[in-house]
Design a protein around this ligand. Structure first.
Ligand code: ADP
Ligand code: MG
Length: 683
């Protein structure tokens, strides 16, 4: 939990306060004075008598006890200042605005560690250093603007970057979004984004806490903490949207397995967000649009009425919604005819409901009433109403506001004329409403929200063969495992594999051939990517060919033997494991074969994976129709594939030493799924 002195201080001291409001130490004071803080504000500055109308203290020792210190002095003076305030003035909340700490090298990092030590000794909370500050319903200890409207039921917003926090506010406020708290964590010396999320979770009060959490972060420092508290908050009825910037990852591209090449640390972030139920956004506008959707009534269902007085935006919105899996159902029948009679000639009610450029406020009222009460195939409305600038539209937006109050179906307002009718929009927002200025951003964000599942906190056990798996893993060397151990592990994990025989001399090769039956498949043992070096021969029909191929294969560089398998047929699918530092194991599945890196049809999830999750992973594949059977061809046993994915996940949980594993391909048909090629790497 964050110290209460940070959240709701009775007194604040600005150390390094200034008269110059173009400096952080000056702007901080101005912001605090002009907003919601009702406690005592002290300022320390040895060079000034009076700052912005407040008497200045020359020295810390002159101060009375004080809850929160906001510090804007050179980094080298911070450790002694913090230590003194913590020890002598009962201060528990600290916000360090100053830069010059760990972001500048080892000397700065040392200062930072000293500060953290002092704060920890008194069980206090430190935000920063190198941050813009925090604000909430009690105070605005932040040196940047804009300051949003701060109310209990606004958004809680945690940002790993101060500047980005400012730009996100600039995108949010004109839409009408309000905030309950904003945290900029800076260097996160003591308190990082995940710690604040934990605080929001542990201090959550269903009556008074905000239900919308927004996050901007560049590194996930504590994935497990993020997952846990995001899941908790969502289970308490909250909604979370987040941007995780920085998605390129050179490290994983060098990986030698298919899974390694397909999964980066960004995939792990995706998987974690998905598991938690966090809506992942990629831009500021997207984040604030999703936040604005969260602030509206929840959209249940997929059928949307578009109510508009202009054709273009309605068409663009129809496209965006349809592409996002929504339907703009045809509206017809008696009630539709009746509604049409009440509109100007030339209007259309088929959906989009277009009541023309001359449409009036009372017509809008009627249309909304019909959508709410008479059109049963409508779940929500989007009202698009701008202005060419000829006359005011206060009456229209007032109708919208009143209807939004009473309608059970959600109504999303798209008011695009942010210049022509800016006064009308301002009045609408002043009533607590939110505007979506761009219909396509709204459409895309709606579809993103609707496809992010609520997390299923299902309890998942470890592998039933945990002990057997541990026994095998204990004897494994590091690196790629040899085929015989791979076989043992697949068997222990209950992943069905093909019968196969390992041979390393010609006579054995002949016996093997007769054992497996013809035709068969020969594979070189040794090289990692066998096909690339001519190390896989399919459809070997007789002993002569077997012997010929055996001699050829043993000459391939790195060959230590040959693997012989029966020739199978089926659709090629793939499943794999990739360990991502801190996150745990990602489980991947997709269409398999030698082109998997080219087609990249993969789904992934973070272990442990439940059967529900693995079914969903398979359902999200582009090739799902193929797997279900298409064009007269039979599909595969999808339920069995889902089970294999959960068994793979259980294997990863039981054997965390596995850093990479590929089963590519598994040959699958409607009755069975059999692994014919598997690689496991231990680290
Ligand atoms: P690698 O991935 O090292 O190139 P694989 O063992 O995956 O080698 O074999 C390459 C391809 O050969 C597979 O994608 C599959 O199309 C085919 N194949 C491999 N084993 C069999 C088998 N037992 N029956 C039928 N086809 C197979
Ligand atoms: Mg393969």
């Amino acid at each position: 939990m964050l110290a209460k002195e940070l959240i709701n201080p009775k007194s604040i001291v600005i150390v390094g306060g200034s008269n110059d409001i173009q400096k952080p130490g000056g702007k901080l004071i101005k912001n605090i004075l002009e907003n919601n803080f009702s406690g005592n504000l002290f300022i320390v500055n040895p060079k000034e008598e009076n700052i912005q109308g407040i008497k200045c203290f020359k020295e810390l020792s002159e101060l009375p006890n004080v809850d929160l210190a906001v510090i804007a002095i050179a980094a080298r003076f911070c450790p002694e200042t913090v230590e003194y305030l913590a020890q002598s003035k009962g201060t528990r909340g600290f916000i360090i605005i100053s830069a010059g700490f760990s972001e500048e090298g080892e000397a700065g990092a040392m200062l930072e560690r000293k500060v953290v030590e002092s704060v920890n000794k008194v069980n206090g909370t430190l935000i920063g250093p190198n941050c813009v500050g925090i604000m909430n319903c009690h105070h605005t200890s932040i040196f940047t603007t804009p300051i949003p409207k701060l109310v209990n039921n606004g958004c809680d917003f945690i940002s790993g970057s101060g500047a980005t926090a400012v730009f996100i506010m600039e995108s949010a406020i004109p839409k009408g979004l309000t905030f309950s708290s904003v945290y900029s964590v800076g260097n996160s010396a003591q308190t990082c984004v995940e710690d604040i999320l934990q605080h929001l979770d542990e201090s959550f009060d269903p009556e008074s806490s905000s239900k919308v959490k927004l996050i901007y972060l560049e590194t996930v420092k504590k994935p497990a903490k993020l997952l846990k508290h995001a899941q908790n908050l969502i289970s308490k009825g909250c909604k979370i949207a987040a941007i995780k910037a920085g998605s390129s990852d050179a490290g994983s591209r060098a990986a030698s397995s298919h899974t390694g090449a397909l999964a980066s640390s960004d995939t792990a972030v995706d998987a974690l967000f998905k598991k938690a139920g966090i809506v992942r956004c990629h831009s500021r506008e997207e984040l604030t649009t999703v936040a604005a959707i969260f602030m509206h009534k929840e959209l249940v269902g997929k059928n949307i009425a578009i109510i508009t007085h202009a054709g273009g935006p309605a068409v663009m919105l129809t496209d965006a919604l349809s592409n996002g899996g929504f339907s703009i159902p045809h509206i017809e029948g008696e009630a539709a005819e009746e509604l049409l009679q009440k509109l100007f000639p030339g209007s259309s009610v088929a959906n989009p409901i277009d009541f023309l450029a001359t449409g009036t406020a009372s017509q809008l009222e009627t249309i909304i009433d019909y959508c709410e009460n008479k059109f049963n195939n409508i779940d929500a409305m989007v009202v698009i109403f701008g202005s060419p600038g000829l006359f005011p539209v206060f009456d229209v937006y007032n109708v919208l506001h009143e209807k939004m109050k009473i309608c059970k179906k959600p109504i999303f307002p798209v008011l695009p004329s942010v210049m022509n009718v800016k006064d009308e929009i301002a009045e609408f927002l002043a009533k607590g409403r939110i505007n979506f200025p761009d219909e396509v951003l709204l459409g895309n964000a709606l579809s993103k929200v609707s496809t992010t599942n609520i997390s299923q906190n299902e309890v998942i056990g470890t592998s039933p063969n945990h002990d057997k798996i541990r026994d095998i893993i204990k004897k494994c060397p590091k690196g790629y495992l040899e085929p015989s151990i791979v076989q043992e592990l697949l068997d222990a994990a209950e992943i069905p594999r093909t019968q196969e025989i390992i041979v390393n001399d010609e006579s054995l090769a002949k016996t093997a051939g007769s054992m497996a039956g013809w035709p068969l498949v020969m594979k070189v043992i040794g090289p990692v990517h066998k096909s690339d070096v001519g190390g896989v021969v399919l459809n070997v029909k007789n002993e002569e060919q077997l012997s010929l191929e055996f001699h050829r294969m043993m000459k391939i560089e790195g060959a230590t033997g040959v693997l012989i398998q029966p020739m199978l047929s089926g659709i090629e699918v793939f499943a794999g494991i990739k360990r991502e530092d801190n996150f745990g194991h990602m489980i991947l599945c997709g269409m398999g074969g030698i082109y998997i890196e080219i087609l990249k049809d993969v789904s992934y999830g973070l272990a442990p994976i439940s059967l529900l999750e693995s079914r969903e992973m398979i359902n999200n594949l582009k090739s799902i129709k193929l797997l279900k059977g298409a064009r007269g061809k039979k599909g595969i046993d999808i339920e069995l594939f889902a089970k294999i994915i959960t068994r793979l996940s259980a294997l990863a949980i039981s054997a965390p030493e596995i850093s990479e594993m590929d089963i590519n391909p598994l040959l699958a048909n409607e009755n069975e799924i059999v692994a014919v090629d598997a690689r496991i790497k231990i680290d």
